[in-house]
Design a protein around this ligand. Structure first.
Ligand SMILES: Cc1cc2nc3c(=O)[nH]c(=O)nc-3n(C[C@H](O)[C@H](O)[C@H](O)COP(=O)(O)OP(=O)(O)OC[C@H]3O[C@@H](n4cnc5c(N)ncnc54)[C@H](O)[C@@H]3O)c2cc1C
Length: 583
């Protein structure tokens, strides 16, 4: 395939997104090297907060929380008093003022303690009041943040509706502006966390703004006339999460409760979710660490065939996979936090990558951990079955992973489409528009700057892997260009190719993150004493490179047409239809 031609950059412009530049064949290594070192002062604060989180977490009976179906208002109050409900909120509003990295580290701890605890606190801070923090006026911040940061009030995030899940752009709730500037809201939401416990909700609706059908973000408060908390859902896991329907019947919302500008509601929703997704990535890191620790204990103690099961190769392969993959995932997640903390304009793709990779890894890791626990794993007096039930929702909420994959691929393809439209009149238009839910979110143009096509900032001892990554980036760029030239606008329907592209991008990003991290480790403690990290990094990069090669091969040769044809036949039959026996 023809390789890509790099267009002249806008002078002086820096790349706005590391990952979006990859498909152009550009590696903006200055964005990912050197490894982001956390602030020492903040580290101390984080250690303190983590100790408090563990103390409170250990005092809670998390099985009882499942029975009670709530963590307890007293525990929320304790978490609030310990500073754990306002982690990133400015100190002037009573928060801890943590960076993204600091926030992620505390959330790792929550996830290690219990998934329900981390989701209640995640709904509260990652999405519930994040909009007020990001888009609120000073008055709105002063009014709501102190109580929310102190845990005196809980927040929720109300986007999903019965007819609008993944396609959240098409919510049906509607707000109509009144002559006095207030808004009257009608509609219904479902699956809303902290439903009956929340005092403040960021809710989204459609609204006519300047004659156009747009979205609006509204801050709703418990007790508003017409704001009704509905039935609770009975869930497979996260049973302590108070998941509810919400009904809005002519709720009058004062103008001062509008978040951001009317019309910007969808952008606000997507910006908040972007942030939440990193949390799921780093939360998955925390939960996976706990699983690995549990599993190592179990396989070391459990003896069968006169030896610890830990000594069987098939067991070792599972543990080796968990440890090495977690090393890669942890590197990606904290590199992404570093991008956010460094003020990088657009980390939407990296964040989505961490969510997809993290939540799927955690699911497979939990499954394998349960397998290694044998029959005990299936028992309620052991932790695995609860973990498995609790985390099953992670790949579905905050952007179903398949939708996220399309988002990653199409967003990364967009700059290539723009480049090609300049060169050869092969415009993609707005590819992301095909998944309306994300359209607004990814609309910004990628700023361009000439960047090397190779990695030069990795430690010389890692040169082999750095070269391999550079080669993968060149191939990815070429394959993407070929894909767009072949399918033009129809590339937006080629979801299977998008999935392969997204997974390949994810694995390239993971390798870069590992190289950056290990380069820093070598600089810090020397190459010789870093043998274990080097070995794990080496193993991770080999496997990840293998996966990239395999995805690229399958982009050329696959049986996609057969699979989609079989699915369509099955839809026509309306059943499996090939049974050996008739009943
Ligand atoms: C425990 C829990 C907590 C939640 N908390 C909240 C909350 O606090 N606030 C809130 O607003 N919402 C919340 N949600 C809702 C959650 O975000 C949605 O369930 C999620 O967005 C998926 O929407 P859906 O359930 O309607 O599934 P659908 O949109 O119907 O999707 C179902 C499946 O269809 C496939 N699919 C859909 N679209 C595409 C596509 N374009 N391409 C390929 N495949 C596709 C995917 O496999 C997807 O998993 C929660 C849900 C649960 C279960």
């Amino acid at each position: 395939m023809e390789s890509s031609v790099v267009e002249k950059p806008e002078s002086g412009a820096a790349a706005s997104s590391f990952t979006k530049s990859l498909l152009l064949g550009e590696i903006h290594e200055e964005m990912v090297f050197p490894w982001p070192e956390p602030d020492a002062e903040e580290q101390r604060k984080v250690r303190d907060l983590n100790a408090k989180a563990r103390e409170i977490g250990d005092s809670i009976d998390h099985r009882q929380v499942e029975e009670d179906r709530w963590i307890g208002d007293d525990n929320i109050a304790r978490l609030g008093e310990a500073g754990l409900c306002g982690l990133y909120v400015d100190e002037k509003y009573g928060g801890q003022g943590l960076s993204q990295t600091g926030y992620a580290r505390v959330f790792e701890t929550f996830a290690q303690i219990d998934a329900t605890l981390s989701i209640i606190l995640g709904v509260h801070q990652s999405i519930g009041y994040k909009g007020i923090h990001l888009f609120g006026t000073d008055e709105q911040k002063e009014r709501w943040l102190p109580d929310l940061a102190a845990g005196r009030k809980l927040a929720g995030f109300a986007l999903t509706e019965p007819e609008a899940g993944s396609d959240a752009y098409h919510v049906r709730s509607r707000a109509v502006q009144q002559p006095d500037g207030s808004w009257v809201l009608n509609g219904e939401k479902r699956y809303i966390g902290n439903g009956s416990k929340g005092d403040v909700f960021t809710a989204f609706a459609r609204a006519e703004v300047d004659g156009k059908d747009r979205h609006i973000a509204l801050i709703l408060e418990k007790g508003m006339d017409g704001f009704e908390v509905g039935e609770r859902f009975d869930t497979m896991g996260l049973r302590g999460n108070d998941l509810r329907r919400l009904y809005f019947n002519d709720v009058r919302v004062p103008a001062e409760n509008v978040l951001g500008e009317p019309g910007d509601g969808f952008h606000i929703a997507m910006s908040i979710l972007n942030n939440g997704r990193i949390g799921l990535g780093t939360g998955s890191v925390g939960a996976a660490k706990k699983l690995i620790d549990l599993t190592i204990d179990h396989v070391s103690e459990r003896r069968q065939f006169d030896q610890p099961i830990a000594d069987f190769e098939l067991v070792q392969e599972k543990i080796g996979w968990m440890v090495s993959y977690l090393f890669g995932l942890e590197s990606m997640a904290y590199l992404t936090c570093g991008l956010a903390d460094a003020g990088v304009e657009d980390y939407s793709l990296e964040s989505a990558i961490c969510k997809v990779a993290g939540t799927e890894f955690l699911w497979y890791a939990a499954n394998r951990a349960l397998q290694l626990a044998g029959g005990e794993g299936y028992m309620k007096d052991h932790p695995y079955e609860k973990i498995l039930r609790d985390i099953r929702i992670f790949p579905i909420f905050e952007g179903a992973n398949d939708v996220m994959r399309c988002f990653i691929a199409l967003s990364a393809m967009k700059p290539v489409g723009e480049k090609l439209s300049g060169l050869g009149n092969i415009g993609l238009g707005d590819p992301i528009g095909s998944i309306g839910v994300l359209a607004d979110y990814a609309a910004g143009r990628v700023k361009r700057q000439v960047a090397p096509e190779s990695i030069s900032m990795a430690h010389p001892e890692l040169e082999k892997h750095a070269d391999a990554v550079s080669e993968q980036v060149r191939e990815l760029a070429a394959v993407t260009e070929g894909l767009i030239r072949e399918h033009k606008k129809d590339v937006t329907f080629k979801q299977l190719q998008q999935k392969r592209l997204a997974d390949a991008i994810s694995d390239v990003y993971a390798q870069v993150a590992v190289l950056s991290r290990v380069t820093a480790i070598f600089a810090d403690q020397g190459v010789e004493p870093s043998g274990q990290e080097r070995y794990i990094a080496d193993s991770f990069c080999r496997r990840a490179a293998g996966r990239v090669r395999s995805q690229l091969r399958q982009m050329e040769r696959n049986d996609d047409d057969r699979m989609t044809a079989i699915a369509k036949l099955a839809y026509k039959r309306g059943e499996y239809g090939y049974s050996l026996f008739t009943d």
